[in-house]
Design a binder for this molecule. Structure first.
Ligand code: OGA
Ligand code: NI
Length: 343
């Protein structure tokens, strides 16, 4: 199908085309949650030489993972000009003619490049209701598979992936300690030297009836930690204690959320948080996402040190197998994580 971007540009849409109607009527329509601020973590304190300062940020990190599964990272050291270059070049990608964009689609068995509109993922051609979103998605580690156009895309994403990999490793060091484990526990157990990193750019044009459609329905992410940047337009919502909240960003800060394999390795202490992307009728929203996971071959299990008093709550699964099961499951299917729950 044509991209949502093209659809919006080519027609003066007054109402939502029916294939995007995720909710039937105003009874069911989506209500944007109240705004909430998630905890803010000052990343620079993780390398503080003052042990009290470091202990405090580790405590805060653990609390943020346990109570929210979402936090904002400030002072992360990723240059502002790299981030703005990344937004610019991704915008250029979405501006390219449809045919040119689609030529980067491929069906690599392990590391596909996806250029999609209206769908969640892989083999969901049967998906009934379309999503109001265009996206580009590809693997950046341990193998790098980036489209070759726009010309600057590859270098910029490569640099961003290096920096975010480093950030993920250090945050996971703090998170290991917050669980009472050695700082390098997660790094070693999840074999982060060959970690799986996926980059995605999500493009949500203004929607004529945002309350009836959705950008991404509720889901949890595969992996350990997901990083998200947005172009100053809000739309990310998370579930907390059964209620939906819309997150407010801080310019320059990175949203971080706990994902499925962190829930498994922490034996359920840090839950993978449910989240969704909602729409608006005024502005285009863009989010740039990096999913940081274990190495493709890592068999993810709860950390044995956490099983002294509690039984294992999840069975083992190789990470890449998990990603593939999730990629091929349809919308509204039981989450992959539930399949590994032991009781
Ligand atoms: C995702 C995601 C939310 C957003 O890509 O997994 O949850 O706000 N995106 O784009
Ligand atoms: Ni997500």
């Amino acid at each position: 199908m044509a991209s949502i971007k093209t659809l919006v540009q080519s027609q003066d849409l007054k109402s939502l085309p029916s294939e995007f109607a995720h909710f039937k009527d105003t009874q069911e329509s989506i209500r944007t949650g109240p705004e909430v601020s998630v905890p803010v973590i000052d990343f620079s304190l993780l390398s503080s030489t003052d042990p009290d300062e470091r202990a405090k940020v580790i405590l805060d990190l653990g609390k943020a993972c346990e109570e929210w599964g979402f936090f904002l990272v400030v002072n992360h050291g990723i240059p502002e000009n790299l981030i703005s270059a990344l937004f610019n070049v991704c915008n250029e990608f979405f501006d390219m003619p449809e045919k040119e964009k689609l030529q980067f689609e491929n069906k690599h068995p392990l590391y596909p490049v996806m250029v999609r509109s209206g769908t969640i993922d892989g083999n969901d051609c049967n998906q009934k209701v379309k999503l109001w979103r265009d996206y580009l998605r590809f693997f950046v580690h341990p193998e790098y598979h980036c489209p070759t156009k726009p010309k600057a895309l590859s270098d910029i994403v490569l640099e961003y992936s290096r920096r975010t990999r480093d950030l993920a490793k250090k945050l996971l060091g703090g998170i290991s300690q917050s669980l009472g484990l050695e700082e390098d526990y997660i790094e070693k157990a999840m074999e982060l030297d060959s970690s799986t990193q996926i980059f995605a750019a999500n493009y949500y044009p203004p929607c004529p009836q945002p309350e009836l459609a959705i950008g991404i329905p509720p889901h949890t992410d595969p992996g350990l930690l997901t990083f998200l940047l947005q172009n100053g337009v809000e739309g990310l919502e998370i579930q907390n204690k059964g209620k939906w909240f819309q997150l407010t960003g801080i310019p320059g800060a990175i949203f971080v959320n706990t994902a499925d394999q962190l829930e498994i390795m922490s034996n359920g202490k840090y839950k993978s948080v449910w989240h969704r992307a909602v729409l608006n009728n005024k502005k285009t929203r863009m989010s740039l996402v990096v999913a940081n996971g274990p190495s493709p071959d890592t068999i993810v299990t709860p950390a044995p040190q956490l099983l002294r008093e509690t039984p294992a709550a999840y069975g083992p699964m190789k990470y890449m197998e998990y990603v593939q099961v999730q990629r091929s499951s349809r919308l509204n299917q039981k989450p992959t994580l539930d399949q590994l729950k032991l009781h």
